[in-house]
Design a protein around this ligand. Sequence first.
Ligand SMILES: Cc1ncc(COP(=O)(O)O)c(C=O)c1O
Length: 362
Amino acid sequence: MSNSVVNMYSDTVTKPTEAMLQAMITAEVGDDMSGEDPTVNRLESMVAELLNKDAAVFACSGTQSNQMGIRSHCFPGDELLIEEQGHIARFEGGAPAAISGITTRTVRGRHGMLDIADLEGKVYVDNQHLAVTKLLCCENTTNGGGGRTWPVDQIQRVCGWAHEAGLKTHLDGARLFNAVIASDVHVREICDGFDTVSICFSKGLGCPMGSVLVGSAESIRRARRVRKMLGGALRQAGIIAAAAIHALENHVDRLADDHANARAFAEAIADIDGISVELDGVESNLVFFDVDPAVGDASQLSAALRERGVRIGAMGPRTLRGCTHLDVDREGVMLAAEAIRNCVHAGIQQFAATPFGPFCRA
Ligand SMILES: Cc1ncc(COP(=O)(O)O)c(C=O)c1O
């Protein structure tokens, strides 16, 4: 590690590499809102071709890209179905309701994933009392589900079921390439069953910002209108698209290193008294682990770690999430694991606790 701070708070904290900056500086640019930025056009074609979809559109963020996808399928009064841990349901500010006038119905699954048995009986009949069940949203890898990857046969089965039921399907692929690497399959095997897929470049792929939504020509045409309404249609966005192209060409295979570092970190903390981690659940770059109540709260451990130069966030009263990425190496994750051991050993009770975790008031 080049400095003493180990930031495992999120994979969104990465800084662009020298090579990425060089690609950004030398990017050919134009007015993307008029479809005239050659680098954005190239990125959109690359991603559409990679996923074997008709078209793609660049977006500022994963939230924007998800909401563009949702709005491309739904009208006010419709509803979407999603596993209850889904980012779209929990962490996008209620955007489906606010932006598209649609309701979100959450379904309990396992580790952020659903199967047909969870969904059967959930699609409303056409009845004036009821919202129109229009869309199924999935997430791969699952963030709230612990970084798990959907078994490919399960994701294909669920998409097949949704289409049979007359629903559209959207994939929040903020960490799609982590899923590709973890599952060791071609990206199309994961994406074929989805009408739209949102991919983030600002997570494991290490870009400063940017997402892409892919889908049918008609969905993407509609999504472009939504992007414009959201203020997300940019001008010389090629400087950002160049980073994304660089990442697609150079940062996908290396996600395996992040996954190996996550595993090494999980194994290193697994034998700390007062810390529990489900090793089998560590499938990608996210490591969720719990602190024993006798030791203290997750927020206290997070604060104690911060004093030692390690950033790992509390995700609930007992649960923390450590995240590996381009800017944390093996030495870094081992230092973080050692810091956890030292904090637990030294005691964390002197740090202020957030009584109910970071997200709930009561
Ligand atoms: C699974 C998932 N989807 C969507 C997003 C939203 O991305 P953004 O922060 O770029 O809006 C995130 C952000 O962390 C995420 O983890």
